[in-house]
Design a protein around this ligand. Structure first.
Ligand code: GDP
Length: 320
């Protein structure tokens, strides 16, 4: 069973975000019409507005890449926004897509849906087997609800709605605002600024021991398009590289790529978050997909995009 994108109208909800923009880039090489709607056209938190827009635009397929996103500090500081905004956005898009006869929908979440102490590498079936990491549980609860919505519409209505759960993503279009960003863009920016101003050190949050997995956003978009074509089932699918490294090793790699030669110091007043978050990539590999962009090449590309001014300096609370 495969879904053919040829001649289809494909809505990328959240096209201004890092993942949505990568999906738009990736879909340019498919024979399909890409639909986008900015916040001025439709407020994704507004149920009636989303329903009206979907009824008018009539997409055949939908990628739900719209979300309120942020790093460890933003998640911790704005719990109500992270839970409410994400619940509304996904519920509105999924319900409107079902009502308007969308043939295929791919909902995007994140690896933070898994329990804090899940056995590593984390397999898809670990979902809801333990307590979440408290620093991002608001976002995680919303994303788990999104997976369940897709499953519920499949079960009750036979809708072909699937979910993809990417690991930590980075790349062009990332958020480089130090208060709300994830670790990769933060380190790229910090290393760059330290290099420019001739600083002797770069400050890393926490102990540097947490392990994280990273995937380039263009690889992620490619994986989502692949899943849209080949996958039609209840269970969500992990989208990752299957490899992780410590925050300290990541910092060294970023400093090397950026060309900063100073010392690395730790700010222990900042949280470490979950100790390790490596997802199993077995399922997606079994579906015939693997990443193509290695970490060093990807970081160099992300740094080049940052230098070229592609970086969006979004305030905390931005989405789409
Ligand atoms: P997480 O994967 O949900 O924990 O989110 P982040 O990407 O924000 O953080 C990942 C890890 O990198 C955590 O252990 C952070 O403490 C650590 N880290 C080190 N330096 C920074 C930084 O400058 N910004 C962020 N966001 N995280 C950092």
């Amino acid at each position: 069973m495969s879904y053919d994108l040829n001649g289809k109208k494909v809505w990328v909800a959240g096209h201004r975000g890092m993942v949505g923009a990568a999906l738009v880039r990736r879909l340019a090489s498919e024979n399909c019409e890409v639909l986008v709607a900015g916040r001025d056209v439709v407020d994704l938190k507004d149920q009636a507005g989303v329903r009206a827009w979907v009824a008018k635009a009539k997409p055949d397929a939908v990628f739900v890449a719209a979300a309120k996103v942020g790093g460890i500090l933003a998640n911790n500081s704005y719990p109500a926004d992270f839970l409410y905004d994400n619940l509304m956005i996904e519920a509105n898009i999924i319900e409107a897509s079902f009502r308007e006869g969308v043939e295929k929908l791919c909902f995007l979440g994140s690896s933070c849906i898994y329990p804090k102490f899940a056995a590593q590498p984390i397999v898809e079936s670990a979902l809801l087997t333990g307590e979440l990491e408290p620093t991002n549980e608001w976002y995680a609860i919303a994303k788990i609800a999104g997976i369940k919505l897709c499953q519920a519409y499949r079960k009750q209505h036979g809708a072909d709605f699937i979910s993809a759960m990417p690991t930590n993503l980075y790349g062009p279009g990332d958020n480089f605002d130090l208060n709300s960003s994830h670790v990769m863009p933060a380190l790229i920016r910090k290393a760059h600024e330290a290099k420019l101003s001739g600083d002797k050190e770069i400050v890393v949050w926490g102990t540097g021991t947490p392990l994280r997995e990273f995937l380039n956003v263009d690889d992620c978009a490619d994986a989502c398009v692949h899943l849209m074509k080949v996958y039609s089932d209840f269970e969500h699918v992990n989208v990752g590289s299957g490899e992780d490294l410590s925050i300290l090793d990541l910092t060294k790699l970023v400093c090397d790529v950026v060309g900063f030669k100073g010392e690395i110091v730790h700010d222990l007043t900042k949280p470490d978050g979950t100790p390790r978050k490596l997802m199993s990539a077995d399922k997606i590999r079994g579906l015939g997909w693997k990443p193509r962009i290695d970490l060093r090449t990807g970081i160099a590309g992300a740094y080049a995009a940052f230098l070229a001014g592609n970086a969006t300096m979004r305030p905390a609370g931005a989405h789409q």
